[in-house]
Design a protein around this ligand. Structure first.
Ligand SMILES: [Mg+2]
Length: 385
C-alpha cells in the first residue's frame, strides 16, 4: 500500500466571547486537519493545533501550509506502515536537509506541528488498514475507560462569583469529578479568593487543578501557591515560563507541597525527557498534536514508565484516549464541556467518544474511530492544498 495524496485543511472558529488565561486572550480556536489517502482508498485523519496556530491567524496558516507542501515528497509515495521511518525523515528536517529537501530549522516549531498531524494520520491509517483500533497498535488498552477532567474557569470580562458557581454547576451536571481552574491572571490574593469560591461550589469531593499558563515568576508562584494551598489542590500546572524551568521548577518544588504538572509546551521527545529525568514534574503533560504525534507520545510513555511519572494528555481527548489507555503510566485526559470555549470539539466529528461521569470509553472501531463532518470542514475550514 502507498500513500497517494496529502490534503490539508485549516479550521478556525471565532469564540462568542473571548476567554483569557494569565498569558493570552483566546478569541478563536484553530485546528489543522491532514487527510492521507492511500492507493487502496483508505483515508487517515490527523490533527494538529498549537498556540501559534490559534493566535497566528492567516500568517500561521500560510506558514504551516508551505511546510506541508515542502515535506509532501517525504510522505506521498511511501508505505504508510513505515510510521517511525517517516517520522525520523521529517524530524531530521529540524536540523538538516533530507533527500534534497532543504532544512526547516528556522521553522522548527511549525514543522513539528505539521509532523504531528501527519503522524497521527499515519496511526489512523495503520489502524484502518488492519481493522484494529489505534490503542491496539500501541500495545493494547490497559483499561476500558479513561478518566477525563474538564478545563474551564477562564477569566472572562465582567466575571462575578455567580458566574463561577454557574460554571461549576454545569461541570458537576456533566458528571466531572476533576476541574481545572486558570490562575496567575490576577494578583495572588484575588486568585486564591476565586479558587475558594470554586472549591465551595464543587464541594470537597471534586479534585481541583490550577493552571498558571507560565504566568508567574518564582517568588509570585511560591506566594500564590501558598495562598491557594488551603483549598486542597490536586496539581499546579505550568507555574513559570519555559525559559528557566529547569532551575525554577526545582526551587518551587522545594518550597510548596502541591504536585507540579508541566510538559505541554515541550515540542520534542527530548524536551519531555529533561522534565522527567531531572525530576522537574510530578505529572508529565503531553500534547501529541503539537509535539510530534503519537510517535512522540510512545517514546515519552516508555520514559515515564521507567521513571514512574503519571502521564496526562493536553487537549484532543478523541486522539489521546488511545494513547492514555495503552500507556502503563497513562493517567487522565483533558476535555472541554463548554461549547463557547471550543465549538470545533462539538461540531467536527460525526461520532465522537462521549465523556460520561468523568470517563471516556476506549473506542473499539478501526483507527482512531473518528469521522469528520464535511459540513464543519466547509463552515470553519479552508483547504490549503
Ligand atoms: Mg495548560
Amino acid at each position: 500500500m502507498k500513500i497517494k495524496a496529502l490534503d490539508t485543511y485549516f479550521l478556525s472558529a471565532t469564540l462568542p466571547q473571548p476567554v483569557r488565561t494569565s498569558t493570552s486572550t483566546i478569541s478563536r480556536v484553530s485546528e489543522l486537519v491532514v487527510k492521507l489517502t492511500t492507493d487502496a482508498g483508505l483515508v487517515g485523519i490527523g490533527e494538529a493545533h498549537g498556540p501559534f496556530l490559534s493566535q497566528g491567524g492567516p500568517e500561521a496558516m500560510r506558514a504551516v501550509g508551505q511546510i506541508l507542501e515542502r515535506v509532501t515528497p517525504l510522505v506521498v509515495g511511501q508505505d504508510p506502515s513505515g510510521i517511525e521511518r517517516i517520522w525520523q525523515d521529517l524530524f531530521a528536517l529540524t536540523y538538516t536537509s533530507v533527500r534534497g529537501i532543504p532544512t526547516l530549522a528556522p521553522q522548527r516549531r511549525q514543522l513539528v506541528t505539521a509532523i504531528s498531524a501527519i503522524d497521527i494520520a499515519l496511526w489512523d491509517l495503520a489502524g484502518k488498514a488492519t481493522g484494529r483500533p489505534v490503542h491496539a497498535l500501541l500495545g493494547g488498552a490497559l483499561r476500558s475507560r479513561v478518566p477525563a477532567y474538564v478545563t474551564g474557569f477562564y477569566y472572562r470580562e465582567g466575571e462575578r462569583p455567580d458566574d463561577l458557581r454557574r460554571e461549576a454547576a454545569m461541570y458537576l451536571e456533566h458528571g466531572y469529578r476533576t476541574v481545572k481552574v486558570k490562575v496567575a491572571g490576577l494578583p495572588p490574593e484575588a486568585d486564591a479568593e476565586r479558587v475558594g469560591v470554586i472549591r465551595k461550589a464543587v464541594g470537597d469531593d471534586v479534585a481541583i487543578m490550577l493552571d498558571a499558563n507560565q504566568g508567574w515568576d518564582l517568588p509570585t508562584a511560591v506566594r500564590a501557591t501558598r495562598l491557594c494551598e488551603p483549598h486542597n489542590l490536586f496539581w499546579l500546572e505550568d507555574p513559570m515560563p519555559w525559559y528557566d524551568e529547569r532551575h525554577a521548577l526545582r526551587r518551587l518544588k522545594d518550597e510548596v507541597d502541591v504536585p507540579i504538572a508541566a510538559g505541554e509546551t515541550e515540542f520534542t521527545p527530548f524536551g519531555l525527557r529533561t522534565m522527567v529525568a531531572e525530576g522537574l514534574v510530578d505529572y508529565l503533560i503531553i500534547d501529541s498534536t503539537w509535539a510530534g504525534g503519537l510517535t512522540t507520545w510512545r517514546k515519552a510513555a516508555v520514559m515515564t514508565e521507567l521513571y514512574q511519572i503519571p502521564l496526562a494528555a493536553h487537549h484532543d481527548p478523541q486522539i489521546h484516549v488511545h494513547a492514555v489507555a495503552a500507556s502503563p503510566t497513562g493517567f487522565i485526559l483533558e476535555s472541554f464541556a463548554d461549547p463557547t470555549r471550543d465549538p470545533l470539539w462539538f461540531e467536527l466529528f460525526r461520532e465522537r467518544p462521549k465523556i460520561v461521569d468523568g470517563f471516556m470509553a476506549v473506542p473499539e472501531t478501526p483507527g482512531l474511530g473518528l469521522e469528520l463532518r464535511e459540513d464543519t470542514l466547509e463552515k470553519y475550514g479552508v483547504k490549503l492544498r
